[in-house]
Design a protein around this ligand. Structure first.
Ligand code: ADE
Ligand code: ZN
Length: 346
């Protein structure tokens, strides 16, 4: 571990903004800003059921995950063509590059869109083309993780995997998202095993609203390599010991947890406690268009609320590369850039 020189509280936001980082938990459909939603609706001859951008933004008040998922799903109805998926992804990648994200692993759920009559090819081709352009035009690497929707059946997950088969080379892994409570991971054991056999990396949302038991089964039944959210793990000391010992990364999303009322305030978030417990936590934006901020907003607001330091900042950014699915030489190169910034930052 690198010992970081102290940085004043006034300079900390600039350091957080400037530091190289990876983002590992961001649903591309959740990056669709109201302005682009209205523009895509107009292009596709559709109506957004809100008067204007401001009215829509004011509707983004949620009591829990399900209330958010209902609005999120309604927002996806404007996405109809490959170009729509490209434009949404490109907009996110530009925001990510501005936040000094050097590598991002983007979640998407084809089942949402095939449920609206689109083909998985339309979705995957649009997303992938934007990722390719990001490398050449923005200098950032982006890979794709297909999330199954856990409120749907095992058969539907298998069907989504089947439809993605012609695009395996465009995917780095699979995940599990949507309504958590009442939908434990076990239903997806066989489809995760199949994906693993195909060489895909495995992650799952667990312990966002759901109990520690769902994190145990994501690890032991689905055999995931990372846990998305995982904030409920702190209720189970044996689980904390397991996550620490196995160095399982947790992709934490503080503003999401705040907006979905997982914690009553950011000052009560357990990110600092997770780091103190030796867990490999990272900071991510989840659904930035809905939760009030991109990854740097998550860093700056959470650091201010919890009084975290430059040492925590370095650890979180280091973890983000360590937890990513890039090869070891790329991890070390990014981590060297991170060290250089911390050595030279005044
Ligand atoms: N899909 C998009 N955002 C999600 C979240 N925070 N939890 C579960 N599923 C999601
Ligand atoms: Zn998520």
């Amino acid at each position: 571990m690198m010992t970081v020189k102290p940085i004043s509280a006034q300079r900390l936001p600039a350091l957080l903004a400037r530091m190289p980082k990876a983002e590992l938990h961001m649903h591309i459909e959740g990056s669709l800003e109201p302005e682009l939603m209205f523009a895509l609706a107009a292009r596709n001859g559709l109506q957004v059921p809100y008067a204007d951008v401001e009215t829509l933004r004011r509707a983004y008040v949620f009591g829990n995950l399900q209330e958010f998922l209902d609005i999120y799903h309604a927002g996806t109805l404007v996405l109809r063509s490959e170009q729509d998926f490209y434009d949404m992804t490109w907009a996110y990648l530009q925001r990510a590059a501005a936040d000094h994200v050097l590598h991002t692993e983007i979640f998407f759920d084809t089942q949402t869109h095939t449920g609206h009559g689109l083909s998985a090819d339309t979705v995957l081709n649009g997303l992938h083309r934007a990722c390719v352009d990001a490398k050449t035009q923005l200098g950032i690497s982006a890979s794709l993780i297909l999330c199954f929707l856990r409120h749907l059946s095992e058969a539907e997950a298998f069907e989504a995997l089947e439809q993605a088969m012609p695009h395996l080379d465009k995917l780095v892994g699979i995940g599990l998202a949507s309504s958590e409570v009442g939908h434990p991971p076990e239903k997806f054991a066989r489809v995760f095993a199949k994906a693993r056999g195909l060489g895909l990396r495995l992650v799952a949302h667990a312990g966002e609203e759901g109990p520690p038991a769902y994190i145990w089964s994501a690890l032991d039944v689905l055999k995931v390599e990372r846990i998305d959210h995982g904030v409920q793990s702190m209720k189970d000391s044996a689980l904390v010991a397991r996550l620490k010992q196995a160095r399982i990364p947790l992709t934490v999303c503080p503003l999401s947890n705040l907006k979905l009322r997982v914690f009553p305030s950011l000052a009560q978030h357990n990110l600092g406690a997770m780091l103190d417990a030796g867990l490999m936590a990272t900071v991510n934006s989840d659904d930035p268009a809905y939760f009030g901020g991109y990854v740097n907003d998550n860093f700056t607001q959470t650091f201010a609320a919890l009084g975290l330091t430059a040492q925590h900042a370095w650890q979180l950014a280091y973890n983000s590369f360590e937890a990513s699915f890039i090869d070891v030489s790329a991890k070390r190169a990014y981590q060297a850039q991170l060290a250089e910034l911390f050595e030279t930052f005044e």
